[in-house]
Design a protein around this ligand. Structure first.
Ligand SMILES: Cc1cc2nc3c(=O)[nH]c(=O)nc-3n(C[C@H](O)[C@H](O)[C@H](O)COP(=O)(O)OP(=O)(O)OC[C@H]3O[C@@H](n4cnc5c(N)ncnc54)[C@H](O)[C@@H]3O)c2cc1C
Length: 408
């Protein structure tokens, strides 16, 4: 446990030290905000083989990480830059290819293990005097007073919005409580914020594989009626598999022995990377999408999966959460700099205005994509395949799509 202050009174308390919570804290590192980050689990140790949870981090996030020195870490060598994306429809001839060279960019993004990115962010945060990282610590209680703003005609600077009791019995007070505590957010519950959740009745089967042919620093994505299958390039020639499947199919693939699974996987990926030589342990993640009604209350803000989560088919969930983290940090920093009430509802609503529409649009697009490619119907398949190939031949449209995904 690292603890830099014992006063227990902080400007900002961040619940959750996942990618999003740490990205937010990192933005405030070295600022005049006093910050505590509470995380339940110790960071997973790194091993020679890559971890199974990885994320494709877009250029917009990488630019900010560059500016704050996160990418200077020697651990950045564990990330794999991807230069191309190749997407195809298994039911026809439709395909589309995105190439960083055609966009005049050195890469389209980085694929990195979640625990490695978290370690890089944490190392940066630990170098700052204004941030305390409390881990492993569980939240026992959040006492949030939503009524205090009314009583005091605006969020008066210096007034705590929440008191948090930790498993160590330590109590912390926060002028801003930032909920980066994932899909089952306790901060969301404390703020009495509703979330509309829609399960997909699908699971993502995730593992890493070594293949007989190089991944060519390309993200490969195959759309099948049962769901998308992605091969994302990792360091040392490994690839990360994210295979979205109906629940019964996912269970069936989990029950296969290693050799049978390798054969099924190579065939599903149409041998684009040759034979599957090795596979790691397989994991299943239930898939759902959901969005909260409000991102903010007075002295309370939700970021990342605590506010919204989407289908992983385009690898955008973490990127949206990271963009939330940057936006919230910008809003409170600017407000404090100009002497405004930085944790007041009207200030935090600026953050909500910046992010909610963009996140909703991405959620709708992912659901639309999933449904479009989920049709096992010859007519729809023909239109879909023609559409993919058409977009591939209209550079302006094609690059508009990719630029949105890259966040540039
Ligand atoms: C299979 C799969 C593949 C994906 N691939 C990609 C991808 O390629 N690119 C991409 O952008 N996104 C991807 N995503 C989405 C991405 O993983 C999530 O959007 C992202 O991890 C959310 O980060 P977060 O920090 O908001 O939440 P989490 O990662 O859920 O972190 C929340 C943290 O809060 C902690 N916590 C929770 N409750 C408490 C508590 N009470 N007390 C203390 N600590 C607490 C947890 O321990 C955890 O560390 C994928 C998702 C899945 C399921």
């Amino acid at each position: 446990m690292i603890q830099k202050t014992d006063t227990g009174s902080f400007d900002v308390v961040v619940i959750g030290g996942g990618i999003v919570g740490l990205s937010f804290a990192n933005e405030l590192a070295g600022s005049d905000f006093s910050v505590a980050v509470i995380e339940r689990n110790e960071l997973k140790a790194m091993t020679d083989e890559p971890d199974c949870r990885v994320s494709a981090i877009n250029l917009s996030a990488l630019k900010r990480y560059q500016q704050t020195g996160v990418l200077d870490s020697p651990l950045a060598s564990r990330a794999c830059a991807f230069e191309k994306m190749f997407v195809w429809d298994q039911t026809g001839a439709g395909q589309i290819e995105f190439d960083s060279a055609e966009l005049g960019l050195p890469e389209l993004g980085l694929i990195i293990e979640n625990n490695v990115l978290q370690r890089m962010l944490l190392d940066n945060i630990q170098a700052a005097d204004n941030i305390s990282y409390l881990c492993p610590q569980e939240i026992i209680e959040i006492d949030y007073q939503p009524g205090h703003e009314k009583q005091h005609e605006g969020h008066v600077e210096g007034l705590a919005a929440a008191t948090i009791t930790l498993s160590s019995q330590q109590q912390l007070s926060a002028r801003l409580l930032a909920g980066a505590d994932g899909v089952n957010s306790k901060v969301r519950e404390a703020g009495l914020i509703q979330r509309v959740k829609r399960p997909y009745q699908q699971q993502a089967l995730v593992c890493n594989v070594a293949t007989s042919e190089s991944h060519q620093n390309t993200a490969w994505q195959c759309f099948m009626p049962s769901g998308p299958l992605a091969f994302l390039p990792l360091y040392n020639g490994w690839s990360s598999i994210v295979w979205s499947l109906d629940e019964d199919q996912a269970q069936q693939k989990m029950s296969l022995d290693a050799n049978a699974f390798k054969a099924v996987l190579a065939e599903a990926g149409e041998y684009k990377l040759g034979e599957i030589l090795e596979t790691s342990q397989r994991f299943l993640f239930p898939l759902s999408h959901g969005h909260v009604t409000d991102y903010v209350r007075s002295g309370l803000a939700l970021i990342g999966d605590a506010a919204h989560n989407i289908h992983p088919l385009a690898g955008q969930g973490a990127n949206l959460g990271i963009a939330d983290a940057f936006a919230l940090a910008d809003v409170i920093r600017d407000a404090r700099k100009s002497g405004r009430q930085w944790a007041a509802l009207h200030t935090l609503k600026k953050y909500q205005r910046q992010r909610k529409g963009a996140n909703q649009l991405m959620e709708m697009s992912m659901t639309g994509f999933k449904e479009l490619f989920g049709f096992d119907n010859a007519f729809i398949s023909e239109i879909r395949n023609a559409g993919l190939s058409l977009v591939d031949h209209i550079p302006a449209l094609k690059y508009r799509i990719i630029k949105q995904a890259l966040g540039v």
